[in-house]
Design a protein around this ligand. Sequence first.
Ligand SMILES: [Fe+2]
Length: 346
Amino acid sequence: MPVSDFELIQSWRQVLELSGLQAGQSVALLTAQGTNEQTLRCAIIAVQEKGAIANRLDLQPVNGGTSLSRDPLAFVGTTPLTNNRAAVEMLTASALVLDLMTLLFSAEQHEILAAGGRILLAVEPPEVLVRMTPTAQDREQVLAASKKLQAAKQMRVTSQAGTDATFALGDYPMLEEYGFVDRPGRWDHWPSGFLATWSNEGSAEGRIVLAPGDILLPQKSYLTAPITCHLEKGFVRAIEGGFEADHLRDYMDSFNDPEVYAVSHIGWGLQKRAHWAVMGFYDREASIGMDPRACAGNFLWSTGPNNEAGGTRDTACHIDIPMRGCTVMLDGMPVVKDGKLVEDAQ
Ligand SMILES: [Fe+2]
């Protein structure tokens, strides 16, 4: 069901307020072919309402002829900013970048952030943005959970389906996604509400058993049969199961890069306004799947790059895998139990 411009403008107002946008500052609105016109229109109005300057930068698509999927997260690393100095200079000179086209995992994004820029990604459909308009409480919840994750030396994940995997922690920063950019150098994603970090290089060990109903992204499919992923020394060494396991392996192999099998970020969802069921109601190209990524009580793990965390792995393939029904323990203390948040751990 659609939302009105009025509702979406109110949401943008809140996001810009939480992000501390001031009158007179320049805001760059990054767009491309897939940018939602309502999201763009309402963002410009909200920026101007603040007395700030709205500049639109429309970029050309890249990787379309190489990627096997039209999902913007399916082929990462090179972006329309690669070797595009004029665009990078404009974004670096802006107080705030509203990314309405999906600019992830790029060296240029890091450069903009390192110069004190703020980047907020917002590409989900307008009604999803409105439903998950970020709040100050979202931030408090994510930061409270982050304190626990920062203090932990080990994450262990188990499930009734047979998952039992461990990850050593401490070498990589936190990925605290709460939906707005309230300080210089910050990247965030509206909508979100989850927490992650990266396991220490080579430390992921054990077995992850994906159960029916668990989700693969960017495939955007609910699994219908179990898939077992064997982890050893930080990599997925074997993927076993039926057709869906074959499909996953075939897709990952298509990148011709052994690095695609590295374990990437690991964490859990905190957002109670995100819902597991939502993905089933959308066409695959209408959404990038933030509901299952952020859904409260999920275990979200992924494969592929770690360059956004300061690592050197910049492989183009990135699979996000939200799972239900897991227990996530930090140094033996559960923060998620059987797929539900342990409230006193938040
Ligand atoms: Fe991811």
